[in-house]
Design a protein around this ligand. Structure first.
Ligand code: PLP
Length: 457
């Protein structure tokens, strides 16, 4: 069926409550491979965001697709009240990876989708502490179920849905390029984390009962690198300092690795770049390279052992489904065999240096450029070189989706994702398989988009 007819049907029969209509008209795709998406008309699009890091190992990855096909022929479905081999093997691999990187023993519990795993982590926190207030970061994103929305910073996601009695207390994130306190790193002396510490100085700051030595807040939800918040990378001292404050006040640290996990920031778990150990880890997205909505939580043994978190504490019909666990297991094997820590870091540096060259050429368009692993950020700014330019970012994004940029390698589109506090940041998350040629193409396409969109500025 042609695109026009499909669009007419979509207009009539599909809810617009998802994110499809962020772009008008929305875009259909028909095929995908490696770093490339193809539309129905056969146009090619280089993808620099890989489904917000859910397809990190490349579209239609043959090894992962084969694992899925094999499972379809062997054990395509099974009620998750029964066991199957891949579930147990996958849980072991994840638990052992936590032991290796964080030095802690624990267990894994699966669910479907990131937000649902966040919900499960909230249950663990409540179960362990008996409390339901948590801290989370300004600029943080943890999903759009009701519980996850309550700890996600954007009021936009809560506004029409009534009162959120357990909405998180949001704390400024160390976003140094636009420091919430107007300071400059490193002269700031980590002012932000010291401000957080001050909350516990007196009971009149509303979080701490000094007599009982108890906090009203059970946990702090963190993203090691903010995803939707614009791939913001904190200074290396931040998390170790924060962890000490949390330990002193018996507050758990929950590490949301849904977007940055599975090597996006170099190491398997992004928080491992910062030398701190979380109490709970939440993961999803790239666990199955987007082939199945499997997600999960890992927690320290004391939080999740069967005595404290017994049968039926949380459940979904599709959690630990056989197809998802088979692909997840293959992803973990791929990670063990591939040394992504090294290759993702090297490729990230290569791409970052190309974007930095572009920034030098266009200082009135590109502000901050930074990255860790293959999680890169490119801030689009006004001609003063600093003020966020959301309109231009939107225009570049929309132009990229047209698929009509003539390059030395033929006609292409460029798939980008816009994020950040001011919606002016391209959050760049390419496939781990991106080649040097594709990096050159990415820069050629991005530069052409910048030129095209700043003509009438
Ligand atoms: C850090 C983080 N947490 C949670 C979520 C929610 O995951 P899902 O969209 O699978 O519900 C996302 C999704 O973008 C995310 O990036």
């Amino acid at each position: 069926m042609d695109t026009k007819k499909l669009l007419a049907k979509e207009k009539k029969y599909c809810s617009w409550g998802d994110t499809v209509h962020y772009l008008e008209p929305p875009k259909f795709f028909d095929r995908c491979e490696g770093s490339t998406l193809y539309d129905k008309e056969g146009r090619k699009f280089l993808d620099l965001q890989m489904w917000y890091s859910a397809a990190s190992f490349g579209y239609a990855n043959p090894r992962l697709a084969a694992a899925l096909k094999k499972q379809i022929d062997k054990l395509p479905q099974l009620a998750c009240q029964y066991l199957h081999e891949e579930k147990v093997e996958l849980a072991e691999k994840i638990a052992k990876s936590m032991e290796r990187l964080f030095g802690e023993k624990g267990r894994v519990h699966f669910n479907v989708g990131g937000s649902q795993a966040v919900e499960d982590s909230l249950k663990l926190v409540r179960n362990h502490t008996g409390k339901n207030f948590v801290f989370a970061f300004m600029g943080g994103y943890h999903g759009r179920t009701l519980g996850a929305s309550a700890i996600t910073s954007s009021y936009r996601y809560r506004r029409r849905f009534g009162h959120f009695s357990d909405r998180a207390q949001f704390v400024p994130y160390p976003y140094c390029y636009r420091c919430p306190y107007g300071k400059k790193y490193p002269d700031c002396g980590m002012y932000c984390v010291k401000q957080f510490e001050k909350l516990f100085e007196t009971e009149y700051n509303g979080v701490w009962d000094a007599k009982a030595e108890a906090s009203e807040y059970a946990a702090f939800y963190v993203e090691a690198i903010q995803g939707t918040g614009g791939y913001v990378i904190p200074p290396k001292e931040y998390f170790p300092m924060l962890r000490k404050i949390l330990d002193r006040h018996k507050i758990l640290m929950v590490d949301d690795e849904i977007q940055m996990g599975f090597h996006r920031a170099g190491k398997l778990w992004a928080l491992a770049n910062f030398n701190v150990t979380p109490d709970i880890v939440v993961f999803g997205k790239a666990l199955t390279n987007g082939l199945n909505p499997l997600s999960g939580i890992w927690a320290k043994e004391k939080l999740i052992n069967p005595k404290v978190f017994p049968a039926g504490s949380t459940h979904s019909t599709f959690s630990s489904n056989t197809l998802g666990t088979a692909v997840g297991l293959e992803v973990m094997k791929l990670c063990e065999e591939s040394n992504y820590e090294k290759t993702v870091t090297q490729k990230g540096k290569a791409l970052l240096s190309r974007f930095k060259s572009l920034q030098k050429k266009y200082p009135k368009v590109i502000g901050d450029v930074n990255g860790m692993g293959l999680a890169l950020r490119v801030e689009i700014v006004k001609p003063d070189g600093y003020a966020p330019d959301r309109t231009l970012a939107d225009r570049i994004f929309a132009e990229g989706m047209k698929g009509d940029i003539q390059t030395q390698k033929g006609r292409f589109g460029l798939v980008l994702d816009v994020g950040g506090y001011y919606k002016n940041v391209f959050t760049i998350a390419p496939s781990f398989g991106i080649t040097e040629d594709e990096m050159d193409l990415a820069i050629e396409l991005f530069e052409q988009l910048v030129r095209r969109c700043t003509k009438k500025r």
